[in-house]
Structures are given as C-alpha cells and as structure tokens.
Design a protein around this ligand. Structure first.
Ligand SMILES: Cc1ncc(C[n+]2csc(CCOP(=O)(O)OP(=O)(O)O)c2C)c(N)n1
Ligand SMILES: CC(=O)[C@@H](O)[C@H](O)COP(=O)(O)O
Ligand SMILES: [Mg+2]
Length: 631
C-alpha cells in the first residue's frame, strides 16, 4: 500500500502530518477508494467528491470528541478509511462486513446512524445542545449535500438551529447533483450564490463583518489569497441566523483548512451557528465518474481501468423496469396520469417517462412528505397521480398518506419499489414495514404481485380504482415471467389457488410465491397466490381453511402486523381455530448482504419454508403425500 495512507490508523495520526503532506495523502486516499469500491461496488461518485473535505474536517476538528454527522452517509467511505476501517473496505456492504453508511456500533467516529437523508442538522444540533447542557468542550458538525438540503426536515433544523446557542457548524457540500440533477428553487439559489456577480458584491461585506474580530480578519485576508471563496453573507442562511461562509472550493485543501480553522475559532469564541458552503464535484478525480456521476452513484463491481461495461448477456427484466414501461403505456392511454418521484428518477424507473411525458413528470426533490401531499392536490383536481416511492422512503410520508390521501379517499397509486430486503444497503433501506403500516389505514388497498406479469397487471388494477392503492414489489428481477403487453388488470381483491395439495395450505403474499411453491412440492401442501393484502380475499381464505388442517402465510415483510396478521384476524372473525404459522421477516433489523443469503438466513427461501412447516406441523405433513400442481 502507498506510504502515507498506510500510516493513518486514526485521525490522530492524520493530525500529525504537515499541511503539505495532506495533498499526497488525499491523492492516495482517492486511489485507494476507487480501487476498493471497484472491487466491492458501492456509492462511488459522492465519495470521490468528499476526499479533501474529509481530510480537512478530521485535520482541523478534534474527532471523535468533536462530532461529525454525515447526512445520508453514502459519502463516508473516505471517513471510514481514515478512521480505522481501511483494511475492512473489502467487506463493505457484504454480509458480516462494514456498512455502507455510518453506524454507531461500528466506530466511535460514526456519531450518528444515517442513510435516509436530511437528518444531520437535527442530530448535530442535538449534540451541540447536549454539549452545552453538560458543559462539554466540543463542536458538532453536520455535513449535508445540496440534494439532502432540499428536504423539509433540513429546514426545520435550520429554523431551530439558527436561534439556538451551541457550537454547531453546518457544512453544505454542494456538488450541484442529487442522484440525478438537482431540482427546485433552492438549487437555483445555490447556483446564484456561486455566480461571480454575487460573490464579488458579497466579499466586501464579509470583510466589514470581520473587522469586528481583528485576528479573524487577518486570517480572512490571508485566506483571500488562497481561497476561491471568502467570508460572505448570504441572504437565506443568514436570515436563518447562521454566519454564512463561502462558497469555497471543496477540493482545495489550502482553502478548506484555514477556513475550517477560522470557523473552529468562531465556534469556540461563542459566535453562534456557522454555515460553510463548499463546492465539490461528484466523481472528482475519476474521469468516467466526473462525466457520468449518475452511472457511478452506486455502481456494482467494475474494472477502474475500463469503467462500467454493458452486460454481456441480456439481463432479466427488473420490477422497476416493468413499472417504468407500465407507467409510459398507461400515460399514453390515460392523459390524466401524472408521475411523481421524490428524487429517485433512475431508481424508480422513470427516465423514459420523463423523456416522453415531461409535462406530467414531477421530480420534487428529496421531499417524500411533500411528494405525497402534492400528489393528493393533483388528485383533488381529477388527475391520476402515480407516486413512485421506495417502500422505506414512504415511511417519511406516513402522516401525509393517512391524513392527506386516505382520509380524503383520493384515487392515487403508490408504486412501492424496494419492498422487502434490498441487499447491500441493509436495514435502513429494507422495505420491511409497508404491509403493516399500509394495511391498517382505512380506504387504502395493498397489492403484492408475485411476479413481473402480475406487477404490470396489478398496477393497472390499482389505476382503475377510485381510492388509494399501493402496489409493492421488490428490488431487482423476479421469477422471469413474461410480461403481457396489454393494460388489462387482474380482479380487484382476488387471489388464486396455484397448487392443490392437502392438509396444509400455504398462502403466499408477493414474490415468495415461488419458493413457497417449491416447498409445497416437498410438503404436499396447497398454495394460494393471494395477490392482495387488503382487501384480503376472505372467500379464498375460508375455502382453504375449511379444506385444510393448517394454514401457513408467507410474506417478505415484517411478521408483526403483516399479511399473516390479516389472515389471523379474518379467521378469528369467522370463528376458525385451525393453527396458523406466519412466516415473514423477524422482529430484528436485518443487516446488509446478498439478498438471497439474507432470505435464506431468515428462513424465507424454499428450504426454510419447508423446514418451518415441517417443524410446526410435522404430524400433519408426514401424513399427507403431495398432490398435483394446478397450471
Ligand atoms: C429520505 C431519503 N430520500 C431519498 C434518499 C435517496 N438518496 C440517497 S443519496 C440521494 C442524493 C443526495 O444528494 P446530495 O445530498 O446532494 O448528495 P450527493 O449524492 O450529491 O453526494 C438520494 C436522493 C435517501 N437516502 N433518503
Ligand atoms: C444512499 C441511497 O439512499 C441511495 O443511493 C440508495 O442506495 C439507492 O438504492 P438502489 O440502488 O436500490 O436504488
Ligand atoms: Mg449533491
């Protein structure tokens, strides 16, 4: 390994280096990062952009005593490498390996667990206030991207922080990108701050302000020679009560370090909340990522010398692609359809929809709460909104779902991608809870397609309804079932029997139908593809309950409050007392790792389902040889 980086076991080692040594260190760090992510896959572009900022923050601040809180945390690989996890980078995002996000359990330098965006200012403010109350001599620093800054929560925190005492610094890492190009007025405003005209006008005012603090003024004067930016007031952040500094070049250590030292002094002098605007480039230092930061936002493994290559064989169609195609086809058929994404155009499969229907496409930025209520407004006026949102991110818009959508019974479709386990992103991104949190809301319906064909069909069924309907589907590809070209739906609220067996009836909700069918072969069990969690096909359920000795439910969602719970409630309401085994995600957070391995670990692959059924219903199963499959 290269010489300087290998000497850094912790930021304390970093702080022993001279300023001049930081430049080659940053170069080594960037190379190490690139090679490492190319081997494991992971969030690359954002991390390439935070190399110098990470070095500078750990150099100037006394971490871990001073608290660094990284927003989202997808840009913390340089931080991980410098904080004792360099040699674990090859395990990144893999089972039993280190997380792709900050984790308090992983390192004392990871002061706050993140992955959902826009929490950093709130958390850092809490830490700053705690330090003040406890009389502890420490600073708290939130590092937040321009994309994450668009969320309401970030502004709620600014609103609180700007008038609070405590040693808080907010660093805005502005790379003029979210995952896709940033949207909205804030983005336009930040661009304005960077414009030469504004900068020139503001610079002199900055000097005036600093004249009140002579030593800092001297420092600032020196800074001016080195830094592209300067201490300038900026309308918006100043109005929030922060001392705004910047914009400065976030790749220039000669700007970053003196500016941060200056700010540290301001914090320690009790000058109130500070706001530093740094400008970075997503993908910095790796030409291919600089040219296409979207493709390199979260790539799989690749050869850095060659870059990402198109797949050699035709990849399986993903659920996301099925949704994207359905959206375009339905939009062509229904001029009232509008599509909404909270900053997940690529991940939600809406690139083509935006291209073909730009007037009916809305990227609202990272703003899930707003996305849901905005769509509700569209629905009030007779449009047919389709909100494409990851299951995990709908958690952010839960009150809006209940209060603004369901209570008013507005006809809307929620396309819940990434339902179930997602793999490398781990517990923060798992779509584990949507069945439980959607099915308890009056007026809401929830469908769970078993495969790609049903995904399209159930989206069409959802679109036909005059109330809100969510359709949940997982990350990646499914059983590989051919997708029909028509827009015909499936019967609302109806499941089907897929295998006629006896004694045990397995009720599958969603894509686990396929492992359930496999298990049923060995068990001689019946299998129903339930398709809908709500409304539950009670008729089908009761028929199965009458003709079998035991029921098993299978779902890729939390067992507590899940589809199995709905089955139990329905059986109890009808006076059935036959035994029910509910299989799903257990009451623990499931870590990152290969999704197939994870499913196997929680007993939701074919073998696991068979094993659980045998364990629970051994006497029943052993007495019942298998019957035939219904086509
Ligand atoms: C609440 C929430 N919504 C959406 C996402 C998905 N997401 C992760 S990173 C990202 C872009 C963030 O942009 P920015 O903060 O500017 O960081 P950059 O990627 O530019 O480094 C998005 C939309 C998320 N993690 N959390
Ligand atoms: C950090 C973050 O929230 C996103 O970048 C997320 O990792 C994307 O996940 P997908 O790869 O499933 O789209
Ligand atoms: Mg950004």
């Amino acid at each position: 390994m290269s010489s300087l980086l290998s000497t850094i076991e912790s930021p304390a080692d970093l702080r022993l280096l001279t300023r001049a040594q930081l430049h080659p260190l940053a170069d080594e760090l960037r190379s190490y990062l690139l090679e490492s992510v190319a081997r494991t896959g992971g969030h690359l572009s954002s991390n390439l952009g935070t190399v110098e900022l990470t070095v500078a923050l750990h150099y100037v601040f006394n971490t871990p005593d001073d608290r660094l809180v990284w927003d989202v945390g997808h840009q913390t690989y340089p931080h991980k490498i410098l904080t004792g996890r360099r040699d674990q980078m090859h395990t990144l995002r893999q089972l039993d390996g280190i997380s792709g996000f900050p984790r308090r359990s992983e390192s004392e330098y990871d002061t706050f667990g993140t992955a959902h965006s826009s929490t950093s200012i709130s958390a850092a403010l809490g830490m700053a206030q705690a330090a003040r109350i406890k009389g502890e001599d420490r600073n708290a620093v939130a590092i937040i991207g321009d994309g994450a800054m668009t969320a309401g929560m970030a502004f709620e925190a600014l609103n609180n922080a700007g008038v609070a005492e405590g040693r808080l610094l907010v660093v805005l890492n502005d790379n003029d990108m979210s995952i896709s190009p940033p949207v909205g007025a804030l983005n336009r405003y930040l661009a304005q701050l960077m414009s030469g005209q504004f900068y020139a006008a503001a610079k002199n005012v900055g000097k005036q302000v600093l004249k009140n603090a002579p030593p800092l003024f001297e420092l600032a004067k020196r800074l001016e020679e080195h830094a592209k930016g300067m201490v300038v007031p900026a309308t918006l952040f100043e109005k929030f009560g922060f001392n705004y500094i910047g914009p400065i070049d976030g790749h220039d250590l000669e700007s970053l370090i003196p500016t941060l030292e200056n700010i540290r002094q301001l914090l320690e002098a009790g000058s109130g909340p500070q706001f530093l605007h740094v400008v970075t480039r997503k993908g910095q230092g790796y030409k291919l990522a600089e040219a296409d930061p979207i493709a390199y936002h979260g790539p799989g493994k690749f050869d850095p010398a060659v870059g990402l290559k198109p797949p050699t064989s035709t990849p399986k169609t993903t659920f996301t692609q099925v949704f994207g195609q359905w959206l375009c086809d339905m939009a062509a058929a229904d001029p009232k359809l509008v599509g909404i994404t909270p900053a997940m155009r690529e991940g939600s499969g809406m690139v083509e929809f935006e291209r073909r229907f730009p007037d009916r496409y809305f990227d609202v930025g990272i703003a899930e709460q707003h996305a849901v209520t905005f769509a509700a407004g569209l629905a009030c006026e007779g449009l047919k909104p389709v909100v494409a949102i990851y299951s995990t991110f709908l958690q952010r818009g839960y009150d809006q779902l209940i209060h603004d959508v369901a209570l008013q019974n507005l006809p809307m479709v929620f396309a819940l991608d990434r339902a179930g386990l997602v793999g490398a992103d781990g517990a923060t991104h798992a779509g584990a809870y949507d069945i439980a949190f959607v099915r308890c809301i009056p007026n809401m319906a929830l469908a769970c397609p078993a495969d790609e064909a049903e995904c399209r069909q159930l989206l069409s069924t959802a679109h036909e309804q005059n109330h809100p309907v969510a359709v949940r589907y997982p990350r990646g590809a499914g059983a590989g079932v051919a997708v029909p070209a028509t827009l015909e739906g499936l019967p609302y609220g109806k499941g089907e029997i897929r295998r006629q067996g006896r004694s045990v009836a397995i009720l599958a909700f969603g894509t686990l139908l396929y492992p359930a069918l496999k298990a049923a072969e060995k068990l001689g069990a019946s299998v129903a593809n339930m398709r809908w969690v709500k409304p539950l096909d009670v008729e089908l359920l009761l028929e199965l309950a009458r003709t079998h000795q035991a029921i098993v439910t299978v779902e890729e969602g939390c067992v507590q409050g899940g589809a199995g719970g709905a089955v139990l409630e329905a059986l109890q309401a009808e006076g059935f007392t036959l035994p029910v085994l509910t299989l799903g995600l257990p009451d623990v957070f499931i870590e990152h790792g290969d999704p197939a391995k994870l499913l196997s670990m929680v007993g939701l692959d074919a073998e696991g389902i068979e094993r659980s059924v045998r364990e629970r219903f051994s006497a029943i199963v052993d007495a019942s040889p298998g019957l035939k499959v219904v086509a």
